[in-house]
Ligand binder design. Sequence first.
Ligand SMILES: Cc1cc2nc3c(=O)[nH]c(=O)nc-3n(C[C@H](O)[C@H](O)[C@H](O)COP(=O)(O)O)c2cc1C
Length: 367
Amino acid sequence: MSHPNQPLFSSYQLGDLELKNRVIMSSLTRARATNKELAPTSLMATYYAQRASAGLIISESTWVSAKAIGFVHVPGIFTPTQVEGWKEVTKAVHANGGKIFLQMSHSGAASHPDFFEGDIPRGPSAINPQLTTYTPTGPKDTVTPIAFTKEEIKQTIDDFEQAAFNAVVAGFDGVELHAQIFALIPQFLSMATNQRTDEYGGSIENRARLLFEILDTLKQVWDSKRIGVKFTPTAFNPGILQPDEHTIPMFQYILEKLNEYDLGYLHLVGPATDLTGTAIEQMQDIYFRQARDVYKGTLMANRGFTGETGNKIITDDHADLVSFGMDFIANPDLVKRLANNLPLAKPDTTTFYAGDEKGYTDYPYLS
Ligand SMILES: Cc1cc2nc3c(=O)[nH]c(=O)nc-3n(C[C@H](O)[C@H](O)[C@H](O)COP(=O)(O)O)c2cc1C
């Protein structure tokens, strides 16, 4: 079907991968891996298959190793059972004509000793990020982490490499590196949590080193066009990871350096709130355009888009792809609804991060 003036519904060539439309399902943690192994289940395969009309699905945040865990019932991709579970998911998505990337994640200090039989989580420095983590026995405050040794950093990069390889075996079409909000990489980027004095701390280049070393390692496994990065300089997290006077220079550096990587895409999350009066006020209104001026590759825009604003940002040439998070929860047929201007269902927030098929696979398609 052709949709004049609605570029969201035109195809897009992502390297050698043709996306049938530009409506991307962004990563959504749904905490349904309710088994001891943290393996994807048949229910999860059904959920993703229901949403296969998206131009591309990006999986929920997935742990690259046992040490990366920081949220209850979130799946991993570091054991054979987990890989088998993911195979079922990718097969179901492909059978329904969809494509799916794996989002690779590490919690760093945004975790809790309960996940590690009492062992203290590792972070860039021994600084508590002051977050809440959702453990098997309920929400708990983060603790002061132990600073990564260089050996542990090397091991973490190797874990990403192994997980990237596992993603190939599991049948994914590509991988997305989670480098936003309060995950491990933002903890390294921010001076609030990174006070290291070695080559991973201090200057902008040093604080961003881990990000690029992980990308280097992912490129050993995947063609660069099958790798995306999800990033935002605009996340006002709970706790101490906040935009500050170092954020814009870091953003600029990352955008410029990413040009060297020839990635599939940069997935950029826009501000959730008015930036007036904040340290990143100058990004207000010009955020995606500003990024577009510097970053030359495929840009995927995210946060708060509608069919109308999604079409507009592509028409204005400030982005190539648009991702939708929340709207994909209650609208498995979101693409059809947006394309035909049909009403969107509202999701039940109480089942976002817990439960079974209720509020997960039981949202109907519009007939
Ligand atoms: C329930 C829920 C779970 C989420 N889980 C993740 C996640 O695992 N990884 C991630 O990068 N973003 C996650 N996000 C953020 C979304 O991918 C997206 O960036 C955000 O919701 C803004 O897009 P939207 O306005 O279209 O919802 C989550 C959001 C929601 C509502």
